[in-house]
Design a protein around this ligand. Structure first.
Ligand SMILES: *Cc1c(COP(=O)(O)O)cnc(C)c1O
Length: 224
């Protein structure tokens, strides 16, 4: 694995997708999802200039955090978080991407010692196996969520089905951006709704063309 080469390739592809969408590459943050590798490899990526590190599990997040906490890194917890684990991790996280229930929001409110930037996870495709709020229920939960002043809702996160066609991907990402825009217009305190966390190794160009501001990329950094 040539990490430097892979890293440059990912950054070039993101820049190309941004250019195609007539967007600035600097408007898109690239999160390296390091769940496939150990802390040494994650550190090499940081030394190559990667600024954002993401993990989907609390134990692995804590491993990487311990190893790299003196580095200049923005930390992302991108996967499902069990309520009983909130206290172990939430105050170390810069962005939490998988807020998927009001009960979880209440636990974060209870444990946070500062404002936590959160993405609401939405299940646009309606797949049974996926976490996240149904788009039709998002409106009604915002009032309740607004009471939690330790949470800043920066935007929406979504994951597309693995077998989605290009046309379906385009539709899912577009619907997510449309929903974000509509929620932003509600102008609720602590809910700027400026960001979109969408796009992984196989679909990030499509996500960028639909307004993604945070892409979560794992496999492409670590392929042989
Ligand atoms: C693993 C993971 C990613 C990265 O996926 P790749 O296909 O390896 O790029 C993105 N988001 C979440 C939530 C993940 O668990």
């Amino acid at each position: 694995m040539d990490l430097a080469k892979n890293k440059n390739f990912v950054y070039e592809q993101v820049a190309a997708a941004a250019a195609k969408a007539e967007r600035q590459p600097s408007d898109i943050s690239i999160i390296a999802v390091t769940k496939y590798v150990n802390s040494q490899v994650a550190e090499q990526l940081v030394d190559l200039g990667v600024k954002h590190i993401g993990e989907n599990r609390v134990d692995k997040f804590l491993d990487k955090y311990q190893a790299l906490k003196d580095k200049d890194v923005t930390w992302h917890l991108i996967g499902t978080l069990q309520r009983r684990k909130v206290k172990d991790v939430i105050n170390l996280v810069d962005y939490f991407h998988a807020l998927d229930s009001l009960k979880l929001a209440a636990e974060i409110q209870k444990r946070a010692d500062h404002t936590i930037k959160c993405f609401l996870q939405v299940n646009i495709s309606g797949e049974e196996s996926k976490h996240g709020f149904n788009p039709t229920e998002v409106d009604s939960i915002l009032e309740e969520l607004a009471a939690f002043d330790k949470l800043e809702i920066v935007g929406l996160m979504t994951m597309a089905p693995i077998d989605a066609s290009d046309r379906e991907l385009d539709e899912i990402f577009k619907q997510t951006n449309d929903l974000r825009q509509r929620l932003k217009e509600r102008n609720i305190k602590n809910m700027p709704f400026d960001d979109l966390s969408m796009g992984m190794s196989r679909d990030f160009p499509m996500a960028i063309s639909n307004g993604s501001t945070f892409v979560r990329i794992g496999t492409s950094f670590f392929k042989e």
